[in-house]
Design a protein around this ligand. Structure first.
Ligand SMILES: Cc1cc2nc3c(=O)[nH]c(=O)nc-3n(C[C@H](O)[C@H](O)[C@H](O)COP(=O)(O)O)c2cc1C
Ligand code: SF4
Length: 752
């Protein structure tokens, strides 16, 4: 798979770099020795051991950066900082986006909120606060609000007011806070801050220099300048500049020199500011040689590395950067960032970020066309039989390949009301893609689920992911208990047949287990998908939804049964068995994932054992690894082939992940106070016993149906069952199909 926009680097030595700089007529300094970044310096009352700054990028690798020697760590979001250290400064970037058409009162309330966020960030352990004037923040937009009336627009003194007032109030609330500003000093579009009024491609630093002096007077320590690259090609080129991490439309060295010159001018205008030099990503392993040359000659205080630090977090410990470890300026992390995924280096940490990137690329048109053109349009297509919803897959592919995207959408939605969710969560090889003959012929299926995901996404964006309901109701009503995939599959079927549907959900959100438990990066925008699907039925009063309503066998169920023509129970699975009681370091997989999804829990201890067997195991293992566990043990008493696992096998090769198959968990080892110390295990075939030292156990051994429904299932009439309550939990597509099948049975009974 190609990386769009990536161009291989063509410079092999510092001399070649110098020659290229000269060829382009530029003056970018380059030095053989990187020593200048490694010398200690006094800034903001601290002695920092070196001049390495990790630029703000919303990754999770701050500890790696600290371990790798970066002495200034600029967090893109005020998440949890690292423990305090006199040798390190941690800055929290506050970058609230700018709402549309905001009046002065609203600006004032944003100011209050910003100051409050700054107070919480410093109370939480950050040394400093950055009020970001970059990437569309309110502070940035106001700096360019020439035409705006009122206190925050017009003359520069008004346009700077929001930023300066925020800084003043933050300093007043906590005089020890280090103040910092990430400033986009050249917004590279017509009317942008720092831009020539005649030519959007040229900087005009009159205002940025005045602002730098005002920041110096306001007691700001760090100024971290950045710029946009002018967009030279697009139809809207004067109004939409490229971002600082996009590949520029000119030689990257020209773009770098522009940033260096602007940053130098700002530093000279306000010598009291510690200005950070940056933008070195394209230079690969030569980045520190340019950064050191800039620090040697002044006026910069530190060198900032964005993608350089992301790809090579140990960079601040290396005098020379090995080319095979550094950023290759491929843009993949920027693509992750733009699609709101977790950001990391796709190239140097492929095990963690590769799957997400591949997932993004797979639904892009070029990659899809290539894969779908391998479809054989088989007779009695095996993919259709293996798909629980029996989607007419070859017809859908054929329509899409002919450019008939609307027909493809209709084919898909007529079989599957939630194709976005199903395409993301279904175990591909166990269903349609596993049966595709290309899987046997080449080992790679035709990308059926990717096509479904792409159609579903497009439909959601264009408002077409909706039910089509008949004009007149059919006069019958059905109650559905539970709004997971089975309940929603049934509701969609019945609403399309003209029924009135009453949906009861025990929690506060629709979507069942996927909505409550499965991380959002896997479910995608499920809330929007459900909302969009049901909207026509809600608007036509054919559907009523009662949240927070748990109906169980007894009087509530009786009353419900009397008020409708039939009741369909899709209450889902119930709970997970335990090895020896919960608490004190032992959690159920469901509870663990739910606490992460709700934000109640954000980290895990160092060594985590996942007792695997059910659907939650994979998610729990992945979330544990991503949230701080250095060792994750996936323990399963059966063979690997019997484990329900839908991530790529390569995940088991992630450092710190141990796939312990055929190990039977026996009991926990606890200390005198009940604290968890370990897990006793026995190997199923070798018979060997072992004690595994762990700090936390997550029990994801499989889910049980709710026994409270056992009795009624045997005797009821007009009460139907579908989904997890019958099958103990299975794929989304199966649950949707079972819900639809139960609904079809009800329909056949009522309209024989
Ligand atoms: C994936 C990604 C996310 C970024 N997020 C932010 C951000 O949240 N705030 C910010 O000020 N800059 C952000 N940046 C810009 C970087 O901090 C840096 O300015 C840019 O990557 C250019 O520097 P480099 O050449 O050293 O990478 C981001 C850059 C990338 C690649
Ligand atoms: S940090 Fe990694 S993903 Fe980002 S541009 Fe560099 S090599 Fe590519």
């Amino acid at each position: 798979m190609e990386i769009p926009g990536y161009e291989p680097f063509y410079l092999h030595s510092l001399d070649e770099l110098r020659a290229e700089i000269a060829r382009l007529g530029l003056q970018i300094p380059v030095t053989d020795s990187t020593e200048a970044i490694f010398s200690p310096r006094q800034i903001a009352g601290r002695t920092l051991p070196n001049g390495f700054c990790a630029q703000p990028i919303a990754s999770r690798h701050h500890q790696n950066l600290a371990d790798g020697g970066f002495s200034l760590i600029w967090f893109a979001k005020p998440t949890t900082p690292l423990p305090p250290s006199r040798n390190r400064i941690q800055i929290a970037q506050l970058a609230p986006p700018c709402p549309e058409n905001i009046d002065d009162d609203a600006v004032e309330s944003h100011l209050d909120a910003l100051v409050e966020s700054a107070k919480s960030a410093t109370a939480g352990g950050f040394d400093g606060i950055d009020i970001s004037c970059h990437r569309g923040t309110l502070a940035q937009k106001l700096l360019a609000a020439h035409q705006r009336p009122g206190r925050f627009g017009g003359p520069l003194v008004n346009r700077m007011r929001f930023l300066l007032e925020a800084l003043r109030r933050i300093r007043e609330a906590n005089p020890d806070t280090i103040l910092a500003v990430r400033l986009n000093a050249f917004h590279a579009c017509t009317g942008g801050f720092g831009v020539d009024s005649e030519d959007f491609r040229k900087p005009d630093l009159t205002e940025p220099l005045t602002l730098a002096r005002a920041l110096e007077a306001a007691g700001v320590s760090f100024l971290n300048p950045t710029i946009n690259h002018p967009n030279l090609h697009g139809p809207e080129r004067q109004s939409h500049p490229l971002s600082d991490a996009d590949t520029p439309h000119e030689h990257p060295l020209i773009a770098l020199q522009r940033l260096i010159r602007i940053s130098e001018d700002l530093a000279k205008a306000a010598p009291g500011l510690s200005v950070i030099a940056g933008g070195f990503g394209w230079l690969r392993d030569f980045a520190p040689h340019v950064a050191a040359a800039l620090l040697e000659k002044g006026p910069f205080a530190m060198a900032g590395f964005g993608r350089g630090a992301l790809a090579f977090p140990s960079g601040a410990s290396f005098r020379k950067w090995p080319r095979e470890l550094v950023c290759i300026d491929c843009g993949a992390c920027t693509a992750l960032d733009k699609s709101e995924n977790l950001v990391g280096c796709v190239i140097r940490d492929g095990a963690t970020y590769g799957p997400t990137y591949q997932g993004m690329r797979r639904t892009e048109e070029d990659v899809l066309s290539e894969g779908l053109s391998r479809c054989h349009f088989c007779e009695a297509a095996p993919c259709v039989s293996a798909d629980p919803l029996h989607t007419p897959i070859p017809e859908m592919i054929s329509a899409w390949l002919k450019g008939n995207c609307e027909t493809a959408r209709q084919i898909l939605f007529s079989a599957n009301p939630l194709p976005g969710l199903a395409s993301r969560l279904s175990p591909a090889w166990m269903e349609a893609e596993g049966a595709c003959i290309e899987t046997s012929l080449r080992g790679i299926s035709v990308p059926i689920l990717d096509l479904q995901a792409s159609i579903a996404w497009e439909a959601l964006q264009t408002g077409k992911a909706r039910l089509v309901i008949p004009e007149k109701p059919n006069g019958r009503s059905i109650a559905i208990i539970g709004s997971g995939p089975a309940g929603l599959g049934a509701a969609a079927f019945l609403l399309e047949k003209g029924y009135l549907v009453r949906l009861h959900e025990k929690s506060q959100i629709l979507g069942g287990m996927p909505a409550r438990v499965i991380p959002a990066r896997r479910t995608g925008p499920l809330d929007r998908e459900i909302e969009s699907l049901l909207e026509p039925a809600l608007r036509a009063n054919r559907l009523s939804i009662t949240l927070g309503s748990e109906i169980l066998p007894g009087p509530d169920l009786e009353n419900l049964r009397r008020s409708v023509d039939a009741v369909l129970v899709c209450a889902g699975v119930w709970r997970e068995p335990t090895l020896g009681g919960r608490g004190n370091g032992v959690r159920s997989g469901l509870e663990f994932l739910e606490s992460f999804k709700s934000g109640a829990r954000t980290s895990v201890p160092d060594r985590v054992a996942v007792l695997a067997g059910g659907d939650c195991a994979m998610e729990s293992a992945r979330v544990s690894r991503e949230s701080g566990a250095s060792q994750v043990y996936v323990i399963f008493e059966g063979e690997r082939s019997a484990l329900h696992w839908h991530m790529p096998e390569s995940w088991f090769a992630t450092p710190g992940v141990h796939a312990m198959m055929e190990w039977e968990p026996l009991r926990y080892e606890r200390g005198p106070g009940g604290d968890l110390h370990g897990l006793h295990l026995r190997h199923a075939t070798l018979g060997t016993s072992a004690l595994l030292e762990i700090d936390m156990a997550i029990e994801a051994l499989g889910l049980e149906p709710d026994p409270r429904w056992d009795f009624i299932q045997n005797e009821a009439s007009e009460i139907y069952f579908a989904g997890g309550i019958l099958n103990g939990g299975t794929s989304v597509a199966s649950c949707l199909a079972e819900g639809r099948a139960a609904a079809a049975e009800i329909h056949a009974g009522l309209f024989p």
